[in-house]
Design a protein around this ligand. Structure first.
Ligand SMILES: NC(=O)c1ccc[n+]([C@@H]2O[C@H](COP(=O)([O-])OP(=O)(O)OC[C@H]3O[C@@H](n4cnc5c(N)ncnc54)[C@H](O)[C@@H]3O)[C@@H](O)[C@H]2O)c1
Ligand SMILES: [Zn+2]
Length: 358
């Protein structure tokens, strides 16, 4: 039951392979991609490596990849120049060549940090993503954004760098803490709202099975999300035409909620859920979205255990965070607003309009 999708980007196109027990065959998948030579450098963290390094190591060794493992801390601290400098050191020591694969095994944090190393070491190593959180499987590992944090903000140091292969072993979700899983579900629901009404309805109808980890449902959710994201990325790789902006549904407010609450109160997906709920309510108020569909969205978010109300927070900190967002253009706040379940529109809104909803 392995499914394969492609992100179509000309000579930088790559496959997303999704299925159960794929870690055990990782070495073979790397061979199939071709144009790579050992050694392989695997970047992970202690939590994920404890669980998944043994099968990955066995498979890579079995296929002659001469794998080495390096661990970053299990926190956003991994996405710093200080921490990744150790990865560069090891890449040099084990004599990684231009064609030696650098593999990220973990969630979005590991993927972003390892991807940054891949794009910079020797001006670019073949990069392989093996995402192990739902959020990384449906979002962070697809699309080619890699990034580090700076004291002045998250993800300020970064690049667009497409992987050669995304290998999604859905079995890894079995060990994911429930809160992380729900957080990833927020991005899944987002895809339904922004571009696929049938998918939204599928999630509504199958939510309990999805949350229980029913294998067919998980495959459907992960593959459908990846293919939707792949479609957007193929059309607007570098956020130039504005199409990729729709992926930002729930994120303008979501990012500001995360920042105004010190990045500790909410997981990313939880903040995005709050942002989607606020955008939906605004769209109803503006007369572009029906109250009935707004209620359906809020109900689904609640069933998924996600928050839909703004927390009490410092309004000024929230405003500052909102206006600092990378996606703000010339001081204008562009918000992605739903017009239907399955379709969104980008509209300019003022701070005062947002203020009425917080
Ligand atoms: N590049 C992009 O396009 C993009 C998109 C969205 C988010 N991101 C970035 O991704 C990061 C968030 O990623 P995340 O939500 O995956 O968080 P994460 O990487 O911190 O993982 C969450 C937690 O789950 C643990 N974990 C991972 N896989 C596990 C498994 N299979 N079983 C048990 N535990 C497991 C991790 O060790 C960690 O403690 C942020 O830094 C964000 O900026 C990047
Ligand atoms: Zn997101």
């Amino acid at each position: 039951m392995v499914r394969e999708l492609r992100v179509e980007l000309g000579d930088r196109s790559y496959p997303i392979v999704c299925g159960p027990r794929l870690l055990e065959g990782a070495g073979g998948w790397l061979k199939r991609i071709g144009r790579m030579v050992p050694p392989a450098l695997v970047v992970s963290n202690p939590t994920v490596a404890d669980l998944y390094w043994p099968p990955l190591e066995a498979s890579l060794k079995g296929e002659g990849w001469q794998p080495h493992l390096i661990l970053l801390p299990d926190s956003e601290e991994a996405k710093t120049l200080k921490e990744i400098s150790r990865v560069y050191d090891l890449a040099g020591e084990i004599k990684m060549e231009r064609k030696s694969p650098l593999i990220a095994l973990g969630g979005g944090v590991v993927g972003d940090a390892a991807g940054f190393v891949a794009t910079t070491w020797l001006r670019g190593l073949p990069f392989i993503q093996i995402p192990t959180t739902l959020l990384a499987q449906v979002d962070a590992s697809v699309g080619g954004k890699v990034a580090l944090n700076h004291p002045q903000g998250k993800n300020l140091i970064g690049a667009f760098y497409q992987p050669r292969l995304v290998l999604i072993d859905v079995d890894t979700l079995k060990t994911l803490p429930e809160r992380e899983f729900r957080s990833g579900l927020a991005e899944v629901i987002k895809y339904g709202v922004i571009m696929d009404r049938d998918f939204f309805e599928y999630i509504e109808q199958n939510l309990e099975n999805i949350m229980a980890g029913q294998p067919e449902c998980l495959m459907e959710v992960v593959c459908r999300s990846c293919s939707l994201k792949a479609r957007v990325v193929a059309q607007d790789e570098r956020e130039e035409t504005g199409l990729r902006r729709i992926l930002n549904f729930g994120h303008t407010v979501g990012h500001a909620v995360e920042a105004a609450t010190g990045f500790s109160l909410y997981r990313h997906g939880e903040a995005v859920a709050i942002g989607m709920a606020l955008a939906a309510r605004m769209a109803v108020e503006m007369g572009i979205f029906s109250l009935q569909e707004c209620r359906r969205l809020l109900a689904l978010l609640k069933r998924a255990g996600l928050p839909t109300e703004m927390p009490p927070l410092n309004g000024e900190a929230f405003r500052q965070a909102l206006l600092r967002d990378k996606k703000i253009e010339g001081g204008r706040i562009l918000m992605v607003l739903p017009v239907n379940l399955g379709r969104v529109e980008v509209r300019e809104v003022s701070w005062e309009e947002i203020l009425r909803f917080i």
